[in-house]
Design a protein around this ligand. Structure first.
Ligand SMILES: Nc1ncnc2c1ncn2[C@@H]1O[C@H](COP(=O)(O)OP(=O)(O)O)[C@@H](O)[C@H]1O
Ligand SMILES: Cc1ncsc1CCOP(=O)(O)O
Ligand SMILES: [Mg+2]
Length: 254
């Protein structure tokens, strides 16, 4: 595995285009900038092809979907496939409503994604596995999470990053785990959105999907864990988290 990826991101500033949700767009942009990537967000189908052409990687975040935004999501996904740009899906709360289920189904059956990054509830919904989802959070269910992630990876012929207390990264053949992290990440709104777009930045820097998935999880959880030192509430942790993302190096991720 290339252990110079973070250094390369900080040198090359890969343009990382995110169709973001309206809740955490700013947090995602700041986190991408902190690791050295160059973020850009847009919701205009009129510029979808031009922005995808300029970007090194793309993330579709379905956190606050609208019928209008679906035009953008489709235009960006089609352009990313046409231009062979890495494409990441964050299917936020995809099991929570029929509307979200339909949007994610339409995207996944019409376009090829490089990586799908979601929590266990979201991955279970995409894999067609019964799960007791809980809004944007993982919820609870039975079954082995590796099997769940592999089933989703196989269904959509992609790499799946199933995030949680232990992250599972698999393309159906190779499977990796990341057990570093802190509970604070679970309750911080935007942790997953940040992770999905950081994975896109690493793909944009040339990492293969499993490496980008594992390294993204390692990067976010290392920064998250380090940020707990000397902090009490969520607010101070968020500030420290961004500082940690700014300072993190390849050596910190071993
Ligand atoms: N209980 C936990 N303990 C440690 N790390 C966690 C925990 N839950 C989530 N994380 C980490 O938080 C990040 C976001 O994952 P997650 O919370 O599953 O995404 P989402 O915010 O989309 O639900 C990941 O890097 C994951 O490793
Ligand atoms: C609260 C909320 N509602 C729609 S999107 C969103 C943010 C989800 O962020 P994350 O999945 O990273 O926790
Ligand atoms: Mg999420």
């Amino acid at each position: 595995m290339d252990n110079h990826l973070i250094t390369a991101v900080r040198q090359n500033h890969p343009i990382t285009f995110t169709v973001a949700n309206t809740v955490t767009s700013g947090k995602v942009a700041d986190a991408l900038s902190a690791i050295g990537a160059s973020p850009i967000m847009s919701t205009a189908p009129e510029e979808a092809a031009d922005l995808v052409a300029a970007a090194h990687a793309v993330t579709l975040n379905i956190g606050t979907p609208t019928a209008e935004l679906c035009k953008e999501l489709t235009a960006v996904a089609a352009a990313a496939n046409r231009l062979h740009k890495p494409l990441v899906l964050d299917p936020v709360a995809c099991g929570a409503t029929a509307f979200r289920q339909q949007i994610n189904h339409d995207l996944l059956t019409s376009h090829q994604f490089t990586v799908i990054r979601g929590n266990a509830g979201e991955i279970a919904s995409l894999a067609g596995v019964d799960w007791d989802g809980h809004g944007i959070d993982a919820g609870s269910g039975d079954g082995d999470l590796v099997t769940l992630a592999e089933r989703c990876a196989s269904r959509y012929q992609t790499t799946v990053v199933l995030s949680g207390p232990v992250d599972v990264i698999t393309n159906g053949q190779a499977t990796r785990h990341n057990d570093r992290g802190t509970e604070r990440l679970a309750t911080n709104v935007g942790s997953g959105d940040i992770l999905s777009s950081i994975i896109a930045a690493l793909l944009g820097q040339g990492a293969d999907p499993v490496t980008a998935g594992w390294l993204g999880c390692r990067l976010v959880t290392t920064a998250g864990k380090n940020a707990t030192k000397g902090t009490n509430g969520l607010g101070s942790w968020q500030e420290h988290f961004l500082d940690e993302l700014t300072m993190i190096t390849d050596e910190d991720l071993a």
